[in-house]
Ligand binder design. Structure first.
Ligand SMILES: [Zn+2]
Length: 130
């Protein structure tokens, strides 16, 4: 939408075209409202980007997850963070075995001891059978 020119509105009033001037003023109001909404949306975007940035600054990549720089024991899901910029804390189900309750992905780190050959477990981490 073209924004009405202030000088044009003044010129319309001077020549007594008040209806046309009023229409231009209404257009001007609508444009102002549009800018206000756009400004609000931009402010929200900036805030979200800043939040994502400070989140990123607070985390370090430690394969296979992100760890908090402040509290290295807190691990965060790689998938949720990379895909959605969400810091989802991982739950340690057993030593070195981590699960994201958001995307349901499991991660194992070097503390995890893989089940021995005669292990009859739940079948997780296996691609076939139970
Ligand atoms: Zn996740």
């Amino acid at each position: 939408m073209a924004i009405p020119n202030y000088q044009d509105i003044v010129a319309l009033i001077k020549k007594g075209a008040t209806i046309e001037a009023q229409e231009k003023i209404m257009e001007l109001r609508e444009a102002a409202l549009e800018f206000q909404n756009e400004n609000l949306a931009l402010k929200n975007t900036v805030r979200e980007l800043k939040e994502a940035q400070s989140l990123r600054d607070g985390l370090e990549w430690h394969k296979p997850y992100y760890a908090s720089k402040q509290k290295p024991d807190e691990k965060f899901c790689q998938r949720c963070f990379d895909a959605n910029a969400k810091a989802i804390r991982l739950q340690e189900l057993e030593p070195g075995y981590w699960r994201c309750l958001e995307c349901k992905n499991d991660f194992t780190d070097d503390k995890y001891e893989y089940p021995s050959a005669d292990y009859e477990g739940t079948g997780r981490n296996q691609t076939t059978g139970y």
